[in-house]
Design a protein around this ligand. Sequence first.
Ligand SMILES: Cc1cc2nc3c(=O)[nH]c(=O)nc-3n(C[C@H](O)[C@H](O)[C@H](O)COP(=O)(O)OP(=O)(O)OC[C@H]3O[C@@H](n4cnc5c(N)ncnc54)[C@H](O)[C@@H]3O)c2cc1C
Ligand SMILES: *[C@@H]1O[C@H](CO)[C@@H](O)[C@H](O)[C@H]1NC(C)=O
Ligand SMILES: *[C@@H]1O[C@H](CO)[C@@H](O)[C@H](O)[C@H]1NC(C)=O
Ligand SMILES: *[C@@H]1O[C@H](CO)[C@@H](O)[C@H](O)[C@H]1NC(C)=O
Ligand SMILES: *[C@@H]1O[C@H](CO)[C@@H](O)[C@H](O)[C@H]1NC(C)=O
Ligand SMILES: *[C@@H]1O[C@H](CO)[C@@H](O)[C@H](O)[C@H]1NC(C)=O
Ligand SMILES: CC(=O)N[C@H]1CO[C@H](CO)[C@@H](O)[C@@H]1O
Length: 616
Amino acid sequence: MKMHLLCVVLYLVVGAADSTLTSQYYKNLIHQRTAEAQEYELPKTSEEFRAGVDSDQINDFGSFDFVIVGAGAAGAVMATRLSEVADWKVLLLEAGGEEDDFNNIPAMFTFLQFSEMNWGYYTIPQTRCCQGMKDKKCIIPRGKLIGGSSAINVLMYVRGNPKDYDKWAELGNPGWSYEDVLPYFIKSENSQIDGDEGYHGKGGFWNVEYALPPSEIFPNFVDGNDELNASIVDYNGRNQIGAAKTQLNTKRGRRQSTGSAFLDNARKRKNLTVVTKALVTKINIDPESKVARGVEFVRQDQKYTVAATKEVIVSGGAINSPQLLMLSGIGPKDHLEELGIEVVADLPVGKNLLEHPLFPGLIFRTNYTIPTSNMEEAVEQYLDGMGPLSNPLNIDGIGFIHTGKTPSEVPTVEYLYIPPDGSNKSILSKTYNYNDDLTYNFLDKSNSSSDMTIYLTLLHEKSTGQITLQSTDPIDFPNIDLNMFAESEDVDNLIEGIEFVLNLTKTEAFRKIDAQLLNIPICADSEKYSKPFWECVIRQMTMTIYHPCGTTAMGPDETTSVVDSNLKVHGIDKLRVVDAGVFPSTISGHTNAPTVMVAEKISDVIKSDYGVNNIY
Ligand SMILES: Cc1cc2nc3c(=O)[nH]c(=O)nc-3n(C[C@H](O)[C@H](O)[C@H](O)COP(=O)(O)OP(=O)(O)OC[C@H]3O[C@@H](n4cnc5c(N)ncnc54)[C@H](O)[C@@H]3O)c2cc1C
Ligand SMILES: *[C@@H]1O[C@H](CO)[C@@H](O)[C@H](O)[C@H]1NC(C)=O
Ligand SMILES: *[C@@H]1O[C@H](CO)[C@@H](O)[C@H](O)[C@H]1NC(C)=O
Ligand SMILES: *[C@@H]1O[C@H](CO)[C@@H](O)[C@H](O)[C@H]1NC(C)=O
Ligand SMILES: *[C@@H]1O[C@H](CO)[C@@H](O)[C@H](O)[C@H]1NC(C)=O
Ligand SMILES: *[C@@H]1O[C@H](CO)[C@@H](O)[C@H](O)[C@H]1NC(C)=O
Ligand SMILES: CC(=O)N[C@H]1CO[C@H](CO)[C@@H](O)[C@@H]1O
C-alpha cells in the first residue's frame, strides 16, 4: 500500500516536471524558429546540390523494383502502399530533410515558408495578376521535406465535388468518376467528425478532426449563412453547397502530413529505403526503346545512378515533376530544342497550370475583441491537443456558393472565415509578398485582436498558366507563369463572390458584432466598390491558395495530356507521374486530399498490374 502510494507520488512529481520541461522546450523552439524565419532569405537556386551536380564521377546506388521521386503528399503514400508488398524493394528519394516538432505545430505554417522546408519559388513577373506584389511576383511555397507540401500546408481537408471527378472520367479517364474514387477517399481517412453517413472512413491512416475550441464568434458565421439560406453541410459528404466548420488533417491538434500519417508506418520495413537530401536530376530513359531504366540523383556532393527494374514513379509535385520530365527530354518539342535538350517524347508537359486564386482583401473591423492569451497558455493547450497553436490560420468556417444565374450543385467560389486570433501578422504579410503600399497602408492597418477576414477562393478558374525551364541546370528553379485572370470571366466570378461576402457581413448575425469593411486604399482611379474598382483590386491583391495542378494532366490524347488514365507517361514504358500535376481539370476543393486519393488508387492499379492480390 505504502509502496503503491510512493509510486503515485513519484509519478506525479516526475510527470509534472516532464510537462514543465516539455512546455519550456516548445516555448524555446517557437521562440527560436520564428526568429530565424524573420531573418531567413529565400534561396534563388537549389545551391546546396551544386557540387553534386558538377561532379563527374557517378556512383552506383544499386537496383530497386520501384524508385519513387519525392516523398510528398503522393510520394509518401505511394512508398507506404507499394512497400506493403513483401517482395518489392522500394526506394524513396526526397530532396528535403525530415519533419520535426516545429513543422508539426499547425499554427507555425507561415514561418515554414521562410525556412529550408520551402523550395523558395516565386512566379516570373506577372502582367494581369500579382500587381500589388513586390516585383509583380506571387510567392509559390512548396514543401521540401518528408511529407512535401502536406508538411507545410494549412491542413484543410476538402475533397471537392462529386461532379469534378465525374468530369475527369468524361474527359476520357475511365476509373476516375466519383463512384470510382470515393472508396479511396474513405480508405485513407480516420474521421473524428460527425459527417454524412457513407462518406467517411474510420480506422484509416489519416486523421480528420475539428480544431478546438471554436471561436466565440463562430455562431455568427452559422447564423449569417442561415439568414442567407445557406445550409450547414458536411462539404465532404452529400451536398457541398453551404457552410460548415473546417475539417482538418490534425490528430489531437498536431499536423498529420502524409509523412507522419502514412510513411511513419512503413519506414521500419526492410523493403523500403528512404533517402533524404537527395535531388533527382534526371530520369534515365533508353532513347531507342523508350523505357525508363532508373534515375540520377545527387546527395552530399556526390552523384549517383540507381536502377528501377519495374518502374520509376515521379511524385515531385505540379511544379517540380514537369521540370524533371523536361530535363529528361519529355516535354514540348520546341521548348526542349530551344534549350538543346534531346527530345525523348513530345508532350505538353508544364502547360495547363491550374491554380485557385485567393483574394485576401476583405478584412472587417468588428466590435468583438478576443480575450488576450499568452504563449505559456497556448503551449499548455497544445500539449492537450487544442488551442490556437493547433489551428493553422484560424480558419474556423468555410462555405461554398455557386455564383451566376443558373443554379448548380457545383460551387464556383469558396469563402473562408477567419475570426480575430490576436496573432502577430507580420510574417503573414511576408507570405503575401505585398509591396510597401499594400503592406503599410492596408495590412498593417488591420488589428488582429478585433478584425476578421473572409478569404475568397475562385474554384473553377478558366485562365491557365505554364511551367517552363529556366535552363538545363537542375539546380535552377523552373519558370512559373501563373497567368491568373487572363480570362475576364474569372474576374467576374470573383466579384460575385465579393458581393456575396458583403451580403453575408450585412446580416443580422454580423451586424451584432458591427462588422465594417476595412478601407482598401488602392485603385483610387475607379469609383469605390464599382466593378472596375474591384477588378483593379483583384488584379493587385490576389495571391494563390497554393493549389498548383494540371501540369502533367491525364487524358487519352497526347497533344493535350501527358499521362494516361493509369498515370503512365504517353509513349514511355515503366514511367508514371503520380502527384497533383495529373489532375485533368479543376476541383471544387483543396488539393491535398485528392492527391492522396490519386496515390491510393494508383497503388492499387500498380499492384493489380503486377498480379498482387492484396488490393483494396
Ligand atoms: C502553404 C501551403 C498551404 C496549403 N494548404 C492546403 C490545405 O489547407 N489543404 C489542402 O488540401 N491542400 C493545401 N495545400 C496544397 C497541398 O499541400 C498540395 O496540393 C499537395 O501537398 C501536393 O502533393 P504532391 O504530392 O503533388 O506534391 P508535394 O507534396 O509538394 O510533394 C513533392 C515532393 O517531391 C520532392 N521533390 C520535388 N522534386 C524533387 C527532386 N527533383 N528530387 C527529389 N525530391 C523532389 C519535394 O521536396 C516534395 O517533398 C497547400 C500547399 C501549400 C504549399
Ligand atoms: C430565405 O428563405 C426565406 C423563406 O423561403 C425567404 O423568405 C427569404 O427571402 C430567403 N432569403 C434570401 C436571402 O434568399
Ligand atoms: C510582430 O513581429 C515583428 C517581427 O518579429 C515585430 O517586429 C513586431 O514588433 C511585432 N508586432 C507586434 C505588434 O508585436
Ligand atoms: C486593437 O484592438 C484592440 C481591441 O479593440 C485595442 O485594445 C488595441 O489597442 C488595438 N491595437 C491597435 C494597434 O490599434
Ligand atoms: C446580395 O444581396 C443583394 C440584395 O439582397 C442581391 O440582389 C444579390 O443577388 C446578392 N448577391 C450575391 C452574390 O449573393
Ligand atoms: C457591437 O455593435 C452592436 C451593433 O451596433 C451592438 O448591438 C453591440 O452591443 C456591440 N457590442 C459591443 C461589445 O460593443
Ligand atoms: C527484395 C527484398 O528485399 N525482399 C525482402 C522484403 O522483406 C521480406 C520480409 O521482410 C524479406 O523476406 C524479403 O527478402
